[in-house]
Design a protein around this ligand. Structure first.
Ligand code: AHN
Ligand code: ZN
Length: 325
């Protein structure tokens, strides 16, 4: 802001001096003065509707905890497929049985929605649609499943809204919205989380599937969200971090997007990266190594969801997409 004002001020002074000294020899400018218009970023994307995104988050939460194998999961999965069929060209369901770390058999269901399936340049957008089967960081009801309004539903809600907007504002590139199941049933052992994305990475929904890059959304709806440069994203996809954070700041949504390196997290993007697609994670995780207070507690309900955060993330991703040619 200050930068724009300063550039404009110098330009105005220059213009005034030219007007008032028409008969004097033209002074050679001492400094290069840029056109103020070139300093102001003009967004290219259609409007992301935060109320609509909020509604998509709430609809998922209203099914109850979407724990893989549960009745609520079945119903929510059906709703997601129905909703994505409205806004995208093709929906693919990947159904499989995966054994959990404790030996439980999980009927997992990844849901993939394709926009412009024939386009060769593709971008992958992902989030997990399941919610955790326990509240191990809470003081009460630790064995009860959580609603996962932020941890799960927020990212999915943003992605459905993105699909809805693209439907009425055509785009030339191809986009694949990948909703992973069985992300949040892990313990503290390696590879116990992200079972849906691990399955997807080993069994791509289309043979030889390739995207130029990917963006995973995880816990993108809380009012105090802090997104930093997560370690695995930095290792595999630094140019994408630069692109997305730069875009957020350009469009005035930079307050959540901090230029701070944070630790590496084994999230769905890690397995997408290992499948050869450079992918970042936009995840609420701060420089002290903390997830939000409500993480894996019963406080992760609609009370923590803030439309302003959904808007900042959704508009940033839309702006990134519509800038691609
Ligand atoms: C680990 O804590 C190893 N992974 C976090 C992935 C996660 C859980 N994201 C949301 N909930
Ligand atoms: Zn979680």
């Amino acid at each position: 802001m200050i930068k724009h004002v300063r550039v404009f001020f110098i330009s105005a002074l220059t213009a005034m001096s030219i007007v008032s000294c028409t008969n004097d020899p033209k002074p050679s400018p001492k400094t290069e003065i840029s056109d103020p218009k070139s300093e102001i970023y003009t967004p290219v994307s259609p409007n992301f509707n935060a109320d609509s995104a909020y509604y998509f988050v709430k609809t998922q939460v209203d099914f109850g905890p979407r724990v893989t194998n549960s009745e609520a999961s079945k119903k929510c999965g059906d709703w997601l497929v129905k909703e994505l069929k409205k806004y995208t060209d093709n929906v693919i369901e990947q159904k499989t049985v995966i054994t959990n770390f404790d030996g439980n058999k999980l009927n997992a269901r990844n849901i993939i929605a394709e926009i412009n399936p024939k386009a060769s340049k593709r971008i992958l957008l992902s989030a997990h649609w399941d919610s955790r089967d326990r509240a191990d960081k809470d003081n009460v009801d630790v064995n009860k499943a959580i609603l996962g309004a932020n941890d799960g539903a927020s990212g999915v809600g943003v992605l459905i809204e993105i699909a809805r907007i693209i439907k009425s504002n055509p785009i030339t590139i191809g986009i694949d919205i990948v909703l992973f199941d069985a992300e949040d049933l892990g313990n503290n052992q390696p590879n116990t989380y992200c079972l849906g994305s691990q399955y997807w990475a080993a069994n791509l929904h289309r043979q030889g599937y390739k995207a130029e890059y990917g963006i995973n959304l995880d816990m993108v709806g809380a009012s105090n969200a802090f997104f930093g440069w997560e370690g695995n994203s930095l290792q595999y996809a630094k140019p994408i971090l630069e692109k997305v954070w730069g875009t957020a700041h350009n469009i005035g949504s930079g307050k959540y997007f901090n230029y701070t390196q944070v630790g590496g997290i084994d999230d769905d993007h890690l397995y997408v990266n290992r499948a050869g697609i450079p992918t970042i994670d936009i995840i609420h995780f701060d420089a002290t190594g903390s997830f939000p207070d409500h993480h894996h507690t019963h406080k992760d309900n609609m009370n923590v969801i803030d439309r302003n955060t959904l808007k900042a993330v959704g508009q940033t991703v839309l702006e990134v997409l519509y800038n691609e040619k």
